[in-house]
Ligand binder design. Structure first.
Ligand code: AMP
Ligand code: MG
Length: 364
């Protein structure tokens, strides 16, 4: 299949191109589009055959439901039942934006879109190109992240082209994504809103609106401990680079010394290493490693924005071993580390108090 690639941004929402994208969706095709979180791979959410194509293009397991994207609040009531006051207040505060809410679904939403569940996940993106595209496409776009299943989510059109060129009808290139991490998912079907996937909208931000918030225990835990995450997608190995990723945490000096030793040993064995570091630490590591600064330590937005691109860069450069510093930053650190820990397959070394020899930790 020949994939059409069009370049648009906030200043150039070329309506002809967006109308063409809308026509592709209405006739059952696939279009990748930018959002403020990551790029989405869109299809008509109300057309089961179209949703099915998403799973095929990504190689995604069919029990992993898609998020339905809308562009105006009134459309929520077309697809969701029992929308609570708390949900309306959250929408008022954080929509359009990086928050996905789960509701009981109406019959109009096919089970192919919801992975067989009787609930539907809904989000209203703030990205202007995304909103115009959804409108032109009829109002309901099912979209997971536009990567091949298992790879890091795409935060730039070049990532989408890498994974999806030749597999889908169109890619809308809207440049780099502002946030760079997938949306917060909150289940609104219970008494208390429950976070299933952390993101840019934090638990505190939800609590400030609804008064209470819970977390699915699987957000913090390891799947092998028998926890079944409520968001089916969270059980799969995700965001993973091809090389071995190891997170090293502890006092700065010990972290640097542990990773440096690893880099030197790997270099001796002819293996390529990379280190994901805060900008301040970049020069502290040996030159044998590819050093990827993800951002200033106190700029968590910058770190989030660059994380997936850094993991992809490691793949592009054929890196065997990737070390990463810990980025447990105050506000969105939970979301950053949730992704990084999954990408590392839970390999974390804690060098605190061990004289730098390291203990492999399995976070609970
Ligand atoms: P992605 O867009 O690739 O980040 O995937 C969407 C995420 O939303 C996956 O983790 C899904 O499991 C989750 N999700 C979508 N719909 C539902 C739902 N109805 N209930 C629980 N999780 C959902
Ligand atoms: Mg995804």
């Amino acid at each position: 299949m020949k994939t059409i690639i069009v370049k648009l941004d906030d200043n150039n929402t070329d309506m002809e191109a967006l109308k063409a994208a809308g026509r592709i969706i209405r006739s059952g095709g696939l279009v990748a589009f930018p959002t403020e979180t990551v790029y989405g791979l869109g299809a008509d959410a109300l057309n089961p055959a179209a949703s099915e194509k998403i799973y095929a293009a990504k190689g995604r397991p069919s029990d992993n439901p898609l998020i339905v994207h809308i562009y105006r609040l009134e459309d929520l009531y077309e697809i969701a039942r029992d929308v609570s006051d708390a949900a309306v207040r959250l929408a008022g505060e954080y929509w359009p934006g990086p928050l996905t809410m789960i509701f009981k679904k109406k019959d109009i939403v096919p089970l192919k879109t919801t992975g067989g569940l009787d609930t539907v996940a809904v989000r209203m993106p703030s990205n202007r190109v995304a909103a115009e595209f959804i409108k032109e496409a009829g109002g309901f776009i099912a979209a997971p992240s536009a990567n091949l299943s298992g790879r890091p989510s795409p935060t730039d059109a070049s990532h989408v082209i890498e994974d999806m060129d030749g597999r889908i009808d169109m890619i809308i290139d809207g440049g780099s994504c502002d946030i760079g991490l997938e949306s917060t998912i909150v289940d609104m079907t219970g008494e208390v809103p429950m976070i299933l996937r952390p993101g840019y909208i934090t638990g505190d931000m939800i609590k400030a609106v609804t008064g209470q918030v819970d977390h699915d225990p699987a957000v913090f835990g390891k799947m092998s401990e028998g926890l079944r995450p409520k968001a089916p997608g969270m059980k799969y190995r995700h965001y993973a680079p091809k090389g071995d990723l190891i997170i090293v945490r502890g006092e700065r000096e010990k972290v640097i010394s542990y990773i440096s030793k690893g880099i030197n040993e790997a270099a001796g064995a002819g293996r390529k290493t990379a280190v994901l570091t805060a900008r301040e630490d970049e020069d502290a590591y040996p030159g044998e490693a590819l050093k990827i600064s993800v951002g200033a330590r106190d700029d968590e937005d910058e770190i989030a924005r660059h994380l997936y691109g850094a993991l992809r860069q490691c793949d592009d450069e054929g890196i065997d071993i990737i070390y990463s510093e810990d980025f447990s930053t105050p506000r969105i650190g939970q979301a950053i580390m949730n992704r990084l820990i999954k990408a590392a397959g839970h390999k974390i070394v804690d060098v605190a108090g061990t004289g730098g020899t390291g203990t492999v930790l399995l976070p609970g």
